[in-house]
Design a protein. Sequence first.
Length: 275
Amino acid sequence: MKRFLLIASLSILAQGAKAGDNVPKGEWIIVVGGPSLKEWEQYKAQPHDHWWANFVRAARLRTEQLRDGLGPNAPITWLIYKQGYLDRAPQEHQDLIAFIESVRDKFNLNLVWFRNGDDVINYLNKGIDRKRQKVAGFEYFGHSNRACFMFDYSSNVDSASKSFLHESQLRQINGWIFARNAYIQSWGCHTGEEMSAWWYRATGTKMIGALGKTQFMMEELPVLTSPGRRRRNSRLRQTNFRISIFEISNYGRDVAMKTRTTARALSSAVVRFEH
């Protein structure tokens, strides 16, 4: 099974100053969606989110990598869909918000709760003064399909989402907010099939996304599970998808994204796609 762990260790800097020039400077933003609920998932052949912390745990593992590589004081922000964890808490019989806040305290994070895709866009554009501090990295951990991030998938509505960031909304993101060599990745399912191209057209930055499904693990970052699938972009020099942020930053400027010309519009307030 192919792994696509992205190693953020800056020990490479010791090998030469040139590598350091490619490290994006600014704020690293990690967006975390909410888990599904048992009431919708329990009768499915392949139910989602047996463990409530699927996405939080993956974000924590990635944050550990970033802290090891970027240092204890580098600005890292968690944007978390709070309602998802409030809704899941009764099922778990524990205070999930307190657990998330403990991770914030341990890793010196800026924790921001959000409600929908507009909140995510607003934080990207003007959560802080972007003329002073650019976005160095943006990563998403949560449910997704080829067209959107689904923050409350199978939480409010069975197999659907009412809180999401759809590809048609991406044009609202200001492309200039991103640092040179900014690192962008979705760790969710299917986003490399379409949403990555929309992201590039909207922002001028390249988002790595999965072609096929991903599986969230307990002790490592998500893995690709669809047979024969891979991550877009294709020109990675890789060994089992273990690559440094420097390699990604270097190749990212040279990759020509294949974009689709057909436009997709939101047809309702509920997004329901195959997941």
